[in-house]
Design a protein around this ligand. Structure first.
Ligand SMILES: C[S@@+](CC[C@H](N)C(=O)[O-])C[C@H]1O[C@@H](n2cnc3c(N)ncnc32)[C@H](O)[C@@H]1O
Ligand code: SF4
Ligand code: SF4
Length: 421
């Protein structure tokens, strides 16, 4: 029997690695190996209040020292002409006091000195009652001891992009050999610093690769010394060599089962060197640690997330930068009033999906690039997400069979709260 997920009367039923498991949506921790036949009532799971924070993704530059084969960024363009004063004006016009700023690109560390200046100015907001936090997405090639110290001192969350395999890295994330070696050494160095607790590697999976997810996870932990890893599929169109087909997605699902069993074994042995498989931990975190029992959010798309391109144009997401129909304003003039429907009840496919209450961060960019419509899900992304949801329910069920083990896992999740974002 192949792995599956279905829903009846608000009870999720999954089949994974030979086990049938039921999870009532009102109490996800009450997973059971016997059928739950009750009609489970769940309140509206959509939060009625607007998010209390705003997030900004800033293109510091569109230039890059890499040339990745799946990259969506138009890297011919220039450095940002936006000033931090303009950003601060926009932040103040929004009225939210909790702010997250993510430095993006191109390669944002090409503009390290500007980042430092921006952070210095943004810190000033704290005197006016703002809370401000920072993150950066980087290919790691320009990290060094001084940069790492700086990022740690300003409490940055760091997303490191890597293929977690030397050959795939060389083939897909094109750069000089010198830069590749540097990036790997920099990550190994970072792994020995306290910044590692705030760092996660984002790894793109590809079809037709003999390198499995487990191989890549082991590379992260054993070769780099970093266990925080998030796997994703690149958002690419139908013609791309990186596009998954039904055959290759089936292979990917097998790999997800393999890495899940490995992860469970490590948790059972309390070998927490491996703790950090984001695609699973993040779901368990939502079910275990959050007050809200299920995550029904979108990604903040123009509601509380704004991406600011190098010329100051605002988009709901960085992946749409340069696409005119998604312009929602300009940092100099403010928002233009254009909004997108983010209520899941209006999305015909997601509305009827068995995993809709458990699916986090439905991605409009993946949909748009994959299907041409932000509201029509990209099937391969959905297949991967549903498989990880199924896998996470399996891990939860197995952990719940040993309360001491489950308690230890919860304690570790809380202690290593680098994953809680
Ligand atoms: C565009 S890069 C910019 C920051 C930096 N240069 C880096 O690579 O981390 C940001 C992230 O987008 C990812 N990315 C690139 N192309 C993508 C695609 N087609 N779909 C999804 N993610 C992609 C990269 O792997 C990286 O993690
Ligand atoms: S390093 Fe980042 S911005 Fe540069 S080409 Fe690769 S994914 Fe794109
Ligand atoms: S994005 Fe895909 S997996 Fe998630 S709710 Fe929509 S259809 Fe389901």
């Amino acid at each position: 029997m192949s792995n599956s997920i279905e829903k009846k009367n608000n009870v999720i039923k999954v089949h994974f690695a030979g086990e049938s498991i039921w999870m009532p949506l009102n109490r996800p921790l009450n997973v059971s190996g016997t059928e739950i036949v009750d009609n489970v009532q769940i309140d509206s799971v959509i939060s009625s209040s607007a998010p209390d924070y705003d997030a900004y993704t800033i293109y510091m530059t569109r230039k890059c020292n890499y040339s990745c084969s799946y990259c969506f960024v138009n890297r011919n363009a220039r450095d940002s002409i936006v000033t931090v004063a303009e950003l601060i004006d926009f932040i103040e016009s929004r009225g939210k006091k909790k702010i997250q700023v993510r430095f993006f690109g191109g390669e944002p560390l090409l503009k390290l000195e500007d980042i430092k200046k921006w952070v210095c100015e943004l810190e000033g907001l704290k005197e006016c009652g703002y809370s401000v936090s920072y993150s950066i997405v980087t290919n790691a090639s320009l990290l060094n001891a001084e940069v790492i110290d700086y990022l740690y001192s300003m409490k940055f969350i760091v997303i490191l992009s890597h293929e977690l395999n030397d050959i795939l890295q060389q083939n897909n994330r094109l750069a000089s050999e010198k830069l590749q070696i540097k990036a790997k050494q920099n990550m190994q160095y970072l792994a020995k610093t306290k910044l590692v607790y705030r760092s996660t590697i984002r790894c793109m999976l590809g079809p037709n690769s003999e390198v499995t997810i487990l191989d890549r996870f082991q590379y992260a932990v054993n070769d780099l010394g970093i266990s925080g890893v998030q796997f994703d599929i690149p958002h690419v169109d139908i013609k791309s060599e990186h596009r998954f087909t039904s055959d290759t997605i089936d292979e990917l699902k097998k790999q997800i089962e393999e890495v899940t069993k490995f992860y469970l074994q490590k948790l059972e042995k309390r070998d927490y060197r491996y703790l950090g498989l984001y695609n699973i931990d993040n779901l368990l975190k939502i079910w275990i640690l959050r007050e809200k029992y299920i995550d029904y959010d979108t990604c903040g798309f123009g509601i509380n997330h704004f991406a600011i391109d190098v010329d100051g144009t605002i988009y709901p997401c960085q992946n749409f930068a340069g696409t005119e129909e998604f312009e929602i304003g300009n940092v100099h003039l403010g928002l233009n009033g254009k909004e997108f429907e983010t209520d899941i009840e209006k999305h015909n496919v997601c509305r009827l999906c068995s995993a809709r209450e458990l699916c986090t961060k439905r991605c409009y960019s993946s949909n748009y690039i994959g299907t041409g419509d932000i509201y029509i899900p990209n099937n391969t992304q959905c297949e991967m997400k549903r498989e990880f949801i199924t896998a996470a329910i399996y891990i939860l069920y197995k952990l719940r069979q040993n309360e001491a083990l489950f308690d230890d896992y919860c304690a570790m999740l809380k202690a290593k709260n680098r994953f809680l974002r």
